[in-house]
Design a protein around this ligand. Structure first.
Ligand code: ZN
Length: 106
């Protein structure tokens, strides 16, 4: 990726860059780290909430589990355990959904 030093755009795509190195059009696929991060942000949003977003989030994490990094898996399980212990994991129906993630293999 080459940046036009005057406009700050990618020369190939003439798009503004997120930073000096990243043009999302040169890299149309998010990196594995980027996907991990987005799933983790969604998880943080959903944990403890009482909304239909919880089941979507739990299902998505289960579906994506094998592709997540060990670090992300550990963080997710750790935060679920903490939320369950402190009573911040929502209603019983939601708590049972989060517990399904704890049963996944590391
Ligand atoms: Zn580009």
């Amino acid at each position: 990726m080459e940046m036009n030093t005057i406009t700050g755009h990618c020369n190939k795509h003439d798009q503004i860059l997120i930073d000096e190195k990243k043009c999302v059009f040169c890299n149309p696929e998010p990196s594995k780290d980027h996907k991990d991060a987005m799933i983790f942000y969604a998880f943080r949003y959903c944990l403890g909430r009482m909304t239909y977003a919880v089941i979507d989030c739990v299902e998505y994490i289960i579906w994506a589990w094998d592709d997540l990094s060990d670090k992300t898996k550990d963080r997710i399980k750790k935060e679920i355990n903490e939320a369950l212990e402190s009573g911040d994991a929502g209603m019983d129906i939601d708590r049972n959904k989060w517990k399904k993630i704890l049963q996944l293999k590391d």
